[in-house]
Design a protein around this ligand. Structure first.
Ligand code: RFL
Ligand code: PHB
Length: 383
């Protein structure tokens, strides 16, 4: 088999890249290890920046998002029970689940996606042509291609095939995770509530007007089996401001899982004919809601680069991809790290650290300039 671009991974990065290439007339095949149902079953991100909204529109898959997504013009921040709203000014974000983005992209895909592709392996990335081998339904296959897009997430094969001496990684692993619960109940507030409390961070989010998503910070050693629904709701209430806690509508959880928190960047993003994009290249802690949005920005940049190569015969885009994408990646890493530092409890920082967090919160909630900066970062920096 032969194609122009092999995309590894059918998460939002791989599916969006596939769609953008398709629209530019560039042949591509997606290889995905899991089944489509499994991919759609993963509950992840919920917040889209304007840039991601615009990209979904440009890809022709934005109609349902505009019908069902919830436009937010601010967020609530609670610190030890004291609530403040931050207004985004003339900016906004869209609350629309990653599951829905993935479903819309899957349904719009015209080119081939091979689900259940096992033992995917990347070869010859530094030669004239690259090759990708895989097994499907027991048979071995190979695809020859011009380029490979590694969109296979943090644990994928793409980054792992690069010689360690050719890649530099930067990492911070946090000693806690987020225990998340999805529930068929209306959200507790019209906007997201991010809460700092001495017991730990909490977040009230949503998927729709009838479905809510809640998180509490837990030590990374915690086991999800030890968290009954009642224990979760009690802990969440204890961390919120009293009015929000009193308004909380609880119910049986329809999903419950613990996600670890990590900051990570692998540089560069190009290795011969292999390009890394999305979580394969970088991870942000979810506090700033940046992971999905960064993945969308990466593949927009990569699709433009590949379109320039095939349409104009220009290598400028593919040569500049890594540097261009990394600029935004590091800005998002900075904001996600900062928001994580502001809102979580870090046992090692002691009482001095807590007072600095409080000062940071007071500055943010009383300075118009700080709020404009927050809104600019949270809603998405311009290119
Ligand atoms: P994905 O979604 O991990 O998709 C990678 C795909 O590659 C497949 N794969 C392979 N396929 C073939 N061969 C192999 N060897 C393979 N290995 C892996 C996988 O099965 C999978 O289908 O990466 P992608 O596309 O780069 O997308 C990134 C986003 O999923 C991620 O950044 C966000 O979910 C992060 N995130 C959030 N981002 C936001 O922008 N806003 C949010 O509000 C937000 N909230 C979150 C989040 C992530 C969370 N978790 C669970 C980590 C909340 C949470 C709790
Ligand atoms: C979510 O709804 O899952 C969500 C929202 C905002 C975040 C992280 C996750 O910062």
């Amino acid at each position: 088999m032969r194609t122009q671009v092999v995309i590894i991974g059918a998460g939002p990065a791989g599916l969006m890249l596939g769609k953008l290439l398709e629209l530019s007339g560039i042949d591509n095949i997606i290889l995905e290890r899991r089944s489509a149902e499994y991919v759609l079953g993963r509950i992840r991100a919920g917040v889209l920046e304007q840039g991601a909204i615009d990209l979904l529109d440009a890809a022709g898959v934005g109609a349902r998002m505009h019908r069902e997504g919830l436009m937010h013009t601010g967020v609530e921040l609670s610190f030890d029970g004291e609530l403040h709203r931050i207004d985004f000014g003339d900016r906004k974000v869209m609350v629309y689940g990653q599951t829905e983005v993935t479903r819309d992209l899957m349904e719009a895909r015209g080119a081939q996606t091979i689900y259940g592709a096992e033992d995917v392996a990347v070869y010859d990335c530094n030669d004239d042509r690259a090759r990708v081998a895989y097994r499907h339904e027991g048979a071995a296959h190979e695809i020859e291609c011009d380029f490979i897009a590694g969109c296979d997430g943090f644990h994928g094969v793409s980054r792992a095939t690069v010689q360690p001496s050719d890649i530099t990684t930067y990492e911070r692993v946090y000693p806690f995770g987020w225990l998340g619960v999805l529930v068929e109940q209306p959200p507790v507030a019209d906007e997201l509530v991010y809460a700092h409390h001495e017991r730990g961070f909490a977040l009230c989010s949503m998927r729709s007007r009838t479905r809510s998503r809640y998180y509490v910070q837990v030590p990374i050693t915690e086991k999800v089996e030890d968290w009954s629904d009642d224990r979760f709701w009690d802990e969440l209430r204890a961390r919120l401001n009293p009015d929000t806690a009193a308004a909380l509508k609880t119910g049986p959880s329809i999903e419950k899982s613990i996600a670890p928190l990590r900051s990570f960047v692998a540089e560069p993003l190009r290795h011969g004919r292999l390009f890394l994009a999305g979580d394969a290249a970088h991870i942000v802690p979810p506090t700033g809601a940046k992971g999905l949005n960064l993945a969308m920005h990466d593949v927009k940049t990569l699709a433009e680069a590949l379109t320039g190569f095939y349409r104009q015969g220009s290598e400028a885009g593919i040569d500049g991809y890594s540097e261009r994408a990394l600029k935004r990646i590091w800005l998002a890493e900075r904001f996600s790290w900062w928001m994580t530092s502001l809102l979580h409890t870090f046992p090692e920082t002691g009482t001095f650290g807590r007072r600095i967090q409080r000062a940071e919160f007071d500055y943010l909630t009383h300075s118009e300039v700080a709020q404009r900066s927050f809104a600019e970062n949270y809603c998405g920096l311009s290119d």
